[in-house]
Design a protein. Structure first.
Length: 262
């Protein structure tokens, strides 16, 4: 499907790896210009080089949007490269998988990484998105529907991301801005792939089945599809939501979790 984005420019925060990289790849594959944002400069450069091999215009930016001026730096980089911002995807916010009995300082780190990294990015981009009648995709998690005490800081902040996104959709729809939030389940990014390899070795299980067996039998994840998701499956959803093909979809919380039973 042609996403109708060949003339558009997107900012993907967290675009140097995992789900964000997969989203950037999907956008670039359809001819869009993409700024990928990550904290590690070398990693960002390598990711951009890999995505640009097909002839798409992909630019790296080494920025931490969880810091007060980070989002403005990312916007400035996108505007310098492309002259416009038609859409923003935020796929960062990974810390906080721990119980609630953490220090106040650690709580603030979780707030900054999971919540403020998203809110600052969207707030900074909104004037440009209003001009472009642009689009927003944020990232929550399936665990906001089934919060566990073992990772409650993370789930609480991801719940806030979903609420924030709904509010942006309601407030800025009159300007033609669409905002949606995705809630991924267990997605096999590099961390889960590493766990798969370790489990297969330690338990003498087939590599192709090791993670699936542990997810269901040990972790208690009741997933209808009986497997983890792939980053590209989430990346394609993000690209669709950012595109004109999803033109009447806004304010939604879209589960992409393989049918996880909450």
């Amino acid at each position: 499907m042609d996403l109708l984005i060949a003339d558009k420019a997107f900012l993907v925060v967290g675009g140097t790896s995992g789900i964000g990289f997969a989203a950037a790849r999907s956008l670039a594959a359809d001819g869009a210009s993409v700024l990928i944002v990550g904290r590690d400069e070398e990693k960002a450069q390598a990711a951009a080089a890999g995505l640009a091999e097909g002839g798409s215009r992909v630019v790296p930016a080494s920025v931490d949007v969880a810091k007060p001026d980070g989002a403005d730096e990312a916007d400035a980089s996108a505007l310098a490269a492309f002259g416009r911002i038609d859409g923003v995807a935020v796929t960062t916010g990974l810390i906080g998988h721990e119980p609630i009995d953490i220090s106040d300082e650690r709580w603030m780190e979780v707030v900054s990484d999971v919540l403020l990294g998203t809110t600052r990015t969207i707030q900074a981009a909104l004037p440009h998105l209003i001009d472009a009648r642009g689009t927003i995709v944020t990232t929550a998690a399936y665990s906001i529907r089934a919060p566990e005490i073992a990772r409650l800081p993370y789930a609480a902040m991801k719940s806030a991301v979903a609420t924030f996104t709904k509010g942006i959709a309601n407030a800025y729809g009159k300007h033609g801005v669409r905002a949606n939030c995705i809630a991924p389940g267990a997605i096999e990014t590099a961390a889960l792939t590493s766990i798969r390899a370790n489990i297969a070795k330690e338990r003498n299980l087939p590599y192709e089945e090791a993670l699936e067996m542990v997810m269901i039998d040990d972790w208690g994840l009741d997933i209808a599809l009986r497997r983890p998701g792939r980053p590209e499956e989430v990346g394609e959803l993000i690209a669709f939501l950012l595109s004109p093909r999803a033109g009447y979809l806004t304010g939604a919380l879209v589960n992409i979790d393989g049918g996880t039973n909450f």
